[in-house]
Design a binder for this molecule. Structure first.
Ligand code: ACO
Length: 458
């Protein structure tokens, strides 16, 4: 969409007031009227603000994108103050209760819930793309015996670009569709191969008679039996966990997907970048930290002392707090309920009692109330994963499987957005001005330093 013209800018807001922002530059006394659209001003409209004609012009400075919208999106809505999460308008609570992951993935990618025939076609497409090239097995075999499964996933999903060179045709809608089937279909297989390698077990091929989560459990846990029998409660729990992780608007990994995708690279390479972003402990790794924290606390009776230490700044309450949610994370509420169903099958995770006590005490405490710190999605998810026999290293991998549909939806939305270009932020340069090169070992007055410098020889 083109920038509104000044006359458009002067258009009246529905309330009768003008939808513009007037800025006065006190350096020059000049005023500028900038259009407001969707409660934002365009950063490029600030460029006209200059002291001298040959100045570069005003920019915004926003490390970590604290208050900058990088795109317009129709995929996911979050209201962090009210604790609302919706995919394409549908509340997460309804999807978690009534939908399944593949249907939710269809919704996220296509924008609408599928009809019965659309769903059947979609499921068939995804499930017929679960197999990977045999060479991928050799590739996974090459990893060290104790390689982290997330490191293996990042590498193997990136390697898919070498198997599907047609994926470079990112402007071709049919090609994009095919890569999306492949990515959503193959992620569980790559994840399962990484797990089986790490425990030294033979790889299990997909069984397409099973559901998407059922097949994943089969590829992970099948031993010598002819047909793996999926526990329906665990199958449903995993499906719900995938739904809860399917998208979360412009989070760190979605931003990586868009940023790398904006170079017009193939989607496998962009997904590898997104998965790498997810690998970090501040993003997909927090639920593992919750488990370590609960182990450290050890028992319910130690909770008050632990909370006291957190309040004294001696650590964080992992699984609490969120950049966007300043209320109970709606996903955490669903997971808490799901935990009861899972524990009925697996037996209760003894750490649950410590977690419940932590939540009870924290939610009554002035420190957490004042800072609006509530449980986030990671507070209870690790407890469920552990009860389901997933090793801690697999937690971010499980997150990546669910999030793949969100990544590809964000990627396609980016590619179809006429306003988007290669992502390339500006910087505020605070380094040296021009200075002359100094030969090694020679001493010379620096152009921009007040002292004489000698270039080190070691
Ligand atoms: N425990 C104790 N105090 C906390 C916590 C916490 N978990 N989180 C924030 N605070 C405090 C901060 O110390 C700060 O206090 P101050 O105002 O006295 O300095 C205040 O609350 C505001 O915190 P910020 O760090 O400004 O919040 P920010 O939005 O930058 O951080 C984050 C959000 C990273 C999630 C943070 O709350 C945190 O580290 N939580 C623990 C890790 C975690 O659970 N991460 C998972 C997030 S969900 C996800 O990514 C899938």
């Amino acid at each position: 969409m083109a920038n509104p013209t000044p006359s458009q800018a002067a258009e009246k807001h529905s309330s009768g007031t003008k939808s513009t922002l007037t800025i006065t530059d006190n350096r020059t006394g000049k005023s500028y009227e900038l259009p407001i659209e969707n409660d934002t001003i365009r950063a490029m409209d600030l460029r006209q603000i200059k002291v001298k004609d040959d100045d570069f012009g005003m920019m915004t400075y926003d490390p970590a994108f604290m208050n900058t919208a990088s795109c317009k999106s129709k995929i996911t809505f979050i209201d962090g103050d009210k604790g609302i999460l919706r995919y394409r308008g549908y509340p997460i609570e309804q999807l978690a209760e009534k939908s399944n992951y593949l249907e939710t993935a269809y919704l996220i990618i296509h924008g609408e819930l599928p009809t019965k025939s659309q769903y059947e076609e979609w499921e068939k497409r995804i499930m017929t793309h679960t197999l990977v090239h045999e060479n991928i097995k050799t590739f996974v075999d090459g990893f060290h015996y104790d390689a982290h499964p997330m490191g293996m996933l990042v590498s193997t999903v990136g390697a898919l670009s070498t198997f599907y060179t047609d994926a470079k045709n990112i402007k071709d809608a049919e090609s994009r569709k095919l890569q999306i089937y492949r990515l959503v279909g193959k992620m569980p297989t790559l994840a399962a191969f990484a797990y089986r390698h790490s425990v030294g077990r033979p790889y299990v091929y997909p069984d397409n008679e099973l559901s998407y989560p059922g097949n994943f459990l089969n590829m992970l846990f099948k031993m010598t039996e002819i047909k793996y029998k999926v526990n329906p409660v665990l199958e449903r729990a995993l499906d719900v966990l995938f739904i809860l992780h399917a998208d979360h608007e412009q989070n760190c990994s979605a931003n990586a997907m868009r940023s790398v995708g904006s170079s017009q690279v193939d989607p496998y390479s962009a997904t590898a970048a997104a998965a790498a972003a997810l690998y970090g402990p501040l993003h997909g790794g927090a639920n593992a930290e919750v488990l370590y924290m609960l182990d450290q606390i050890g028992s319910k009776s130690n909770v008050p002392a632990f909370v006291k230490a957190v309040k004294e700044g001696k650590g964080k309450l992992m699984g609490f707090g969120h950049r966007v949610y300043k209320n109970y994370d709606p996903r955490a509420k669903i997971i808490k309920k799901l935990a009861d169903e899972v524990f009925e099958v697996t037996g209760r995770n003894p750490k649950l009692d410590i977690a419940l006590e932590l939540e009870r005490i924290a939610l009554e405490d002035e420190y957490f109330i004042k800072r609006k710190l509530y449980p986030n999605v990671d507070f209870y998810s690790g407890l469920i994963y552990q009860a389901m026999a997933f090793p801690v290293d697999m937690f971010p991998v499980l997150f990546a499987i669910g999030r793949t549909c969100g990544w590809v939806a964000q990627w396609e939305e980016l590619l179809l957005d006429q306003e988007q270009k290669i992502a390339r932020p500006r910087q505020v340069y605070l380094g040296y001005g021009e200075r002359d090169y100094v030969m090694m070992g020679k001493s010379i007055g620096s152009l921009n330093c007040n002292r004489r410098t000698t270039r080190r020889t070691t």
